[in-house]
Structure formats: C-alpha cells, structure tokens
Design a protein around this ligand. Structure first.
Ligand code: SAH
Length: 227
C-alpha cells in the first residue's frame, strides 16, 4: 500500500515510523510511506501556503489553490484522498478495515486555524476526525490513521497475530455480529500481589476458555450500557 501525507511539518513523521511494526512494514516494502512538504507548492518564494480568513476571523487558513496543486501532482487514479479534520466522520476500526484495502491513501494534515472550505468541498473523498477535540495540526491524526490502517494490511503483522480478533474487530456473539472490546488477558506470574489469574485460563480446556472469553466481552458490554 502506498500512503502519501501532505503536511507543513514533515519532520514530525520521522521518528514515529522508525520503530517496531510499521518500521518493518516499510523496510519490507509492504507500506510505502511518502511525506510531502506542502511548502513545495507554495505560491511564492517566501513559501506562503496560507492566508487570513475572509469575514474577519482570527488565525490563518491553508489556501485551496496550494492544496489543489499538491494533489494534482500526487493524486493517481486509484487514490483515496482524506482530509484530517475535527469536523470529519469519526475514524474507527471499521473505517481502518475499509482503508486497508485501498491501493493509495493520501492524507492531508491541516494546521493553524484550518483549511479553506473548498478543499473539503471538491478536492477530497472524505473528511476524518480522530475524536471530538481540537489538536494543533492534522499530523498526529494522520499518524493515527497510518498506524491503525497499516497493521491491517496483509503481511504487516505476524501470521499468528493477524488471525486474532481484537478490540473493535467484528465478532459473532449469540448469532449477532458486533464490535466490542477484547476480553482480558494475563501472563506470568500466575499470582501477583494477591491477584490471581482466573483458574479457567490455566485449565487447558479450550472450549471453556473460549466460553469464558465471550462471557467477559458480554459482561463488559453490559457494564458499558449501564454507565
Ligand atoms: N478551526 C478548526 C480547527 C483547526 S485545527 C475547527 O474549529 O474545526 C488545525 C488542523 O488540525 C485541522 O485542519 C486538522 O487537519 C487538524 N485536526 C485538529 N483536530 C483534529 C481531529 N480531532 N481530528 C483530525 N484532525 C484534526
């Protein structure tokens, strides 16, 4: 999968992907991550990419023409263009699964006061938010999307891990397909400061263990319903 990011702060993307799973995916050419500096498409030699909002609002907005020119160079036929925005649809595991099937993702990170509305109106496929709060820029949100999507791309996780059902992946409980948090897991020591690992997990009875895990998920869902 090819992932392009358009940002005013390319350096922010350096170290987060030089560790662990995503680093290996990039090294193995499963993920091809390219970070583009929006200033490469600046309108003048001073590197201008933004301007004051019409109507007297404070702050600076990224210009529509600058983003248009960047996309003209980066976008391909199979690209899915996503604008990171607190106004967007909430990013979740279902969306990550959908995006993991795309050949080329282009993520646009805003900064400052935001972006000219025309970017959202006619240059992109969708607007995604990582939650109902405002960050200083779309760089961290873009990294969240890159991480959550990349680990679902075939070959990025180890064989054992990729078959596993995890929090918010679709599971079947009592004939119903739902998305839910994962059941609790434990490792050694078997007892820690008086807290014991549930006996069933030490029983070796896989049927019983599975039933216990499902039961834990159901209990957690009930608990959340009453909160
Ligand atoms: N004035 C805007 C906020 C701009 S924040 C508003 O009130 O809606 C600057 C940039 O940070 C945005 O353009 C966006 O790219 C990014 N950003 C901030 N919070 C975000 C969030 N929760 N999800 C995704 N992107 C976000």
């Amino acid at each position: 999968m090819k992932i392009d990011v358009v940002t005013l702060f390319p350096k922010m993307f350096e170290s987060p992907f030089e560790e662990s799973i995503i680093k290996r995916a990039i090294k193995n050419n499963i993920i091809d991550l390219k970070i583009h500096n929006l200033r490469d498409w600046a309108i003048d030699s001073y590197g201008s990419v933004d301007d004051k909002p019409f109507g007297g609002d404070v702050g600076m907005l990224i210009r529509a023409d600058v983003v248009y020119n960047a996309l003209k160079d980066i976008k391909k036929e199979n690209s899915r263009v996503i604008l990171m925005s607190p106004k967007g649809k909430k990013f979740d595991q279902k969306k990550a699964e959908e995006l993991a099937k795309v050949d080329n993702l282009i993520l646009i990170a805003g900064h400052y006061e935001g972006m000219d509305q025309r970017i959202s109106d006619f240059m992109i496929d969708e607007e995604l938010s990582i939650g109902d709060y405002v960050l200083t820029g779309g760089e961290l949100p873009a990294m969240v999307v890159i991480d959550a999507v990349s680990r679902l791309v075939s070959g990025v996780l180890g064989k054992d891990d990729s078959n596993k059902t995890e929090s918010w992946s679709e599971i079947e409980i009592d004939g119903q397909k739902i998305r839910a948090p994962e059941y609790p897991q434990y490792t050694r020591p078997q007892e820690f400061m008086g807290h014991k690992v549930p006996d069933v997990l030490l029983s070796g009875d896989t049927k019983k263990i599975k039933a216990w895990q499902l039961d834990q998920i159901k209990k957690e869902l009930e608990k959340r319903k009453s909160e």
